[in-house]
Design a protein around this ligand. Structure first.
Ligand SMILES: [Zn+2]
Ligand SMILES: [Zn+2]
Length: 136
C-alpha cells in the first residue's frame, strides 16, 4: 500500500489527516523491518516532530494495525510493534530480551466459534549468545 492509499483508508475510517500525521505515517511506512516498543518509536519520532504526542502515535499505530500494515504482539509484559506484516513467529530470549523473527512454516488452528482477530506465536527461550555466557 502506498502512503496515499494508507491516507485514503485512514480518512475513510474517520481519522483527521494532519500534516504531522502524514509525516509520521510516511516515516513508519519506510520502516521495513524491526520491532519497536511505542516508547522507542516515540523517542525517534519526537526528535523529528517535537510537537507529536504519544497519544497521537498510539492512534496512528492502532489505525495502521487495523489496516494490517503493522502488527503488534506482547512479549508477556510490553506490546511490541512489528513492521513486517508477513506472518511469522517470534523467539524471545528470557535472559537478554532479544526478539528474533522465526519463520512460520505451518500453523494449523482448529475451528473457532467467533471472529478471529489475530494470531500471536511467541516462542520463549534462551538465545544462542546467552547460552554461551551461561556455559562459560
Ligand atoms: Zn539472550
Ligand atoms: Zn517480527
Amino acid at each position: 500500500m502506498t502512503v496515499e492509499e494508507i491516507l485514503k483508508n485512514l480518512k475513510e475510517r474517520g481519522m483527521k489527516i494532519t500534516s504531522q500525521r502524514i509525516e509520521v505515517i510516511k516515516f513508519i511506512s519506510e520502516v521495513k523491518k524491526g520491532h519497536f516498543e511505542v516508547k522507542d518509536l516515540f523517542a525517534i519520532l519526537s526528535r523529528k516532530f517535537p510537537s507529536l504526542s504519544i497519544v497521537t502515535l498510539y492512534n496512528i499505530l492502532h489505525a495502521l494495525s487495523e489496516l494490517g500494515l503493522v502488527y503488534s504482539f506482547s512479549d508477556g509484559q510490553k506490546t511490541i510493534y512489528d513492521f513486517s506484516p508477513e506472518p511469522h513467529a517470534h523467539f524471545i530470549c528470557s535472559v537478554c530480551g532479544r526478539i528474533e523473527d522465526v519463520e512460520l512454516k505451518e500453523l494449523v488452528i482448529g475451528p473457532i466459534k467467533g471472529k478471529r482477530e489475530k494470531v500471536e506465536v511467541v516462542v520463549k527461550g534462551i538465545c544462542e549468545e546467552c547460552l554461551k555466557k551461561v556455559g562459560s
